[in-house]
Design a protein around this ligand. Structure first.
Ligand code: KG4
Ligand code: ZN
Length: 347
C-alpha cells in the first residue's frame, strides 16, 4: 500500500474503562501511546461500573492527551487528523472521548474519523511500536485475504477480510463472548477481576486434561457458544464443593481455558482453510492469552499476526491505525457524528 498518503493520526479511545490516546504515523509506526486504566476503581465492583467509568474519563482525558503529545515529542500543529472510537461501548464513556476529539478537530480545523472499536482491535495487528525501525526490521504488513478472529470482553467473531476496511462476518457467539466467559468463570472460582489474566495465571499450574468440559457443537461451523461450558464449570464446582472443601482451582482453570482455546483455534483454522486465507489475525483482549497465542504460533499452515501484548487489550494505537486507513481511503466523518454504543463491524 505504498500509494497511500503519509499522515500522522492522533486517536482517542474511551469505549469502556481505559482512557487512552496515541499518535501513529502512516497507520503503523507508533510514536506514543498512553493508557490510563481504571481497573483498580472497578475491581471492587467485580466489573465495570458505567457511571464511575464516565466520570473518571472526564478527569483523565486532558492529561492523557497532553502526556501522549509530550511522549511523541510533537505539538498539535503536527497532527494531520483526529480519530476517535465511536462505538460499540458504554455511551457515557464514549461521549467523553468523542467530545474531546470533536473539540480538537474543530479547534485545529482537522478532519475527524469515527472508528469502530472492533475494527480498531483488528488494526492493532498493523502497529509496530518502535518508530526507529527501518527497512527489513519493520514487521511485514498483514496480507489479504486474511481470517480475523476477534476475541474480546464483549465480542467473539470470525471475519474474512479481502481488503482494507471490508469484513465478511462468518460467525459469532450465540451467547457469551470469550472474554466474558473468562470473567464469569473466574468469578465462579473466586479469582480476582479481570478474569482472563487470573485464569491464565491459575491455569499455568493446573492440569488441562483433568476435567473434560464440553466443546459446543453448533449448526453453523463458525458460530461460538460458551454458556454451556460456563454451566459445566459451575456444576463441576458445585459437585466438588458437596464432596469436599478443597477446590482444585488450578485444574479447573486449566481445563476451562483448554476448552476455550481449542474451540477458538479449531474454528479459525477451519475457516482459514475453507476461505483460502493467506494469513490468520487474532486480536482483542483474549488474544493476550498465552495458551491461545501458543496454539496459533505452534502451527505452520498459516502465517499468524497477533499484536504485541500491550496492544491486545484496549488502547488508542489500534484506533489510530484503523483511523489512518479510513482517513487515507477517504472515509471521513463529520462533526455531526454521534457515538454508536451498539455497532456491528460489518455495517
Ligand atoms: O479488548 P478488551 O480489552 O476489551 C473489550 O473490548 O472487551 O478485552 C477485555 C477482555 C476481558 O474479558 C479480559 O478478561 C480478557 O479480555 N483478557 C484475557 C486475558 N487478558 C485479557 N482473557 C484471557 N487471557 C488473558 N491473558
Ligand atoms: Zn476492546
Amino acid at each position: 500500500m505504498t500509494s497511500l498518503p503519509p499522515a500522522r493520526i492522533l486517536a482517542i479511545e474511551t469505549s469502556c474503562d481505559e482512557t487512552a490516546c496515541a499518535v501513529i504515523e502512516n497507520g503503523r509506526a507508533l510514536l506514543a501511546s498512553t493508557v490510563a486504566s481504571q481497573m483498580e476503581l472497578h475491581a471492587r465492583f467485580g466489573g465495570v461500573y458505567p457511571e464511575v467509568a464516565s466520570r473518571q474519563h472526564v478527569l483523565s482525558i486532558v492529561p492523557v492527551v497532553e502526556q501522549t503529545l509530550a511522549q511523541a515529542n510533537i505539538t498539535l500543529s503536527e497532527v494531520d487528523a483526529i480519530a476517535v472510537t465511536r462505538g460499540p461501548g458504554l455511551a457515557g464513556s464514549l461521549v467523553v472521548g468523542m467530545n474531546m476529539a470533536k473539540g480538537l478537530a474543530l479547534g485545529l480545523n482537522l478532519p475527524i474519523v469515527g472508528v469502530n472499536h472492533l475494527e480498531g482491535h483488528i488494526y492493532s495487528a498493523w502497529v509496530y511500536d518502535s518508530p526507529a525501525l527501518r527497512g527489513d526490521a519493520i514487521p511485514p504488513e498483514p496480507q489479504f485475504p486474511l481470517m480475523a478472529l476477534l476475541v474480546s470482553g464483549g465480542h467473539t467473531e470470525l471475519n474474512l477480510m479481502t481488503e482494507h476496511l471490508t469484513y465478511k462476518r462468518l460467525g459469532s457467539t450465540l451467547d457469551d463472548a470469550a472474554g466474558e466467559a473468562f470473567d464469569k468463570v473466574a468469578r465462579l472460582l473466586s479469582l480476582p477481576y479481570p478474569g482472563g489474566p487470573s485464569i491464565q495465571r491459575a491455569a499455568e499450574r493446573g492440569d488441562p486434561a483433568r476435567f473434560k468440559f464440553p466443546r459446543a457443537r453448533l449448526d453453523s461451523p463458525y458460530d461460538f457458544s460458551f454458556s454451556g461450558l460456563k454451566t459445566a464449570v459451575l456444576y463441576t464446582v458445585n459437585d466438588l464443593k458437596k464432596e469436599s472443601k478443597y477446590l482444585p482451582v488450578e485444574d479447573l482453570a486449566a481445563s476451562f481455558q483448554a476448552a476455550v482455546v481449542e474451540t477458538l483455534f479449531e474454528k479459525t483454522m477451519q475457516a482459514a482453510r475453507e476461505f483460502k486465507a493467506r494469513e490468520i489475525l487474532v486480536a482483542g483482549g483474549v488474544s493476550a492469552n498465552r495458551a491461545l497465542r501458543e496454539a496459533f504460533q505452534s502451527q505452520t499452515e498459516f502465517r499468524v499476526n497477533i499484536p504485541a501484548l500491550s496492544l491486545c487489550t484496549d488502547n488508542a494505537a489500534m484506533i489510530a491505525a484503523a483511523g489512518y486507513y479510513r482517513y487515507a481511503l477517504g472515509h471521513l466523518s463529520g462533526l455531526e457524528m454521534d457515538v454508536q454504543p451498539t455497532w456491528a463491524l460489518s455495517d
